[in-house]
Ligand binder design. Structure first.
Ligand SMILES: NC(=O)c1ccc[n+]([C@@H]2O[C@H](COP(=O)([O-])OP(=O)(O)OC[C@H]3O[C@@H](n4cnc5c(N)ncnc54)[C@H](OP(=O)(O)O)[C@@H]3O)[C@@H](O)[C@H]2O)c1
Length: 271
């Protein structure tokens, strides 16, 4: 593990930065090697109370000695933030941008030529270390810096490296927006239980644990979802009766269309 002796700076101390800081500390990074620059005094106060890390008001101050710099501000602010940082960046500092919809080319335009750079698309389960992040390095990035980027993002969950930037909109639509689709499904399953007479609290718990357990079963057995579905579907039984309703309501097509709609919206937003 190379993380322990690296200094990591965060520009922006919001939700994603907090999730990653928590993960870095849990992974054994020294708190003195984690810096965060955050303009809002109230948020700085909350960060200081929560973590024994270095919390600063000035972005440039967070850079001193940094091996990696995580750009964790809202997408609309990324360009301005990078242009102000560009003159004070060390040429070896690895920049990780987690801003949705900001391309490598846009990031490169605001940065010094040749700056080591990775574009990252995380998702909200990162808040509990259970996210999945897609990493898109610039093609010239060294193996060592690729590993560093992977190790940093691994504190927020699973990591996949991609080469194809055009996939980012589809990734945004699937894993970025996906948690919301599953929240809706959790809510609807619980509603179904309540419709059949279960108390709400019990129905909520049954729904969420069923989602978690089913997802883990796919992940940990490596079985195709169709195989697992067939295993719980006995002839003339209850499950096939439920599945028939889902099929006649077009749930598969609806989920596919949801990903496609989010993909086309992401493409429109990222221009
Ligand atoms: N949350 C997600 O699930 C998710 C998923 C994928 C990608 N992302 C990306 O992650 C990035 C951060 O998202 P977030 O949810 O963590 O947002 P957030 O909670 O709003 O955090 C952004 C933080 O940056 C601070 N900030 C604003 N301008 C700044 C500046 N000029 N210099 C330094 N800090 C500044 C903000 O402070 P103020 O409040 O004072 O403005 C805020 O504390 C976004 O670009 C988003 O696209 C998020």
């Amino acid at each position: 593990m190379m993380l322990q002796n690296k200094t990591i700076a965060f520009i922006g101390g919001g939700n994603m930065a907090v999730a990653m800081i928590q993960g870095l500390l849990a992974a054994g990074c020294a708190p003195t090697r984690i810096r965060v620059a955050e303009p809002d005094a109230g948020q700085r106060q909350r960060l200081t109370e929560r973590f024994p890390i270095v919390v600063l008001a000035e972005n440039a101050l967070a850079l001193a000695g940094a091996d990696a710099v995580v750009i964790a501000v809202k997408p609309g602010k990324v360009d301005g933030v990078l242009r102000l940082l560009a003159p004070v960046l060390g040429p070896e500092m690895l920049i990780l941008s987690i801003a949705a919809g900001i391309s490598l080319a846009q990031l490169q335009q605001a940065l010094p030529a040749g700056q080591p750079l990775v574009r990252v698309m995380p998702n909200t389960p990162a808040l509990i270390g259970a996210g999945i992040s897609a990493l898109l390095p610039i093609p010239t990035l060294s193996q060592e810096k690729r590993h560093l980027a992977q190790e940093i993002m691994a504190v927020a969950g699973d990591v996949v490296e991609i080469e194809e930037e055009s996939w980012m909109d589809a990734i945004t639509a699937l894993s970025g927006s996906g948690p919301a689709y599953l929240f809706l499904i959790a809510e609807a399953l619980s509603d179904g239980g309540v419709a059949c007479g279960l108390p709400r609290g019990l129905a909520d718990r049954l729904a969420v644990k069923t989602l978690i357990g089913s997802a883990r079963l796919i992940d940990e057995t490596g079985q195709h979802p169709a195989v697992l579905k067939n295993q719980v579907t006995s002839p003339g039984g209850t499950t096939i009766a439920g599945l028939e309703q889902l099929e006649s309501a077009g749930v598969r097509a609806a989920l596919m269309a949801a990903v496609r709609a989010a993909w086309s919206r992401s493409r429109a937003l990222s221009g």
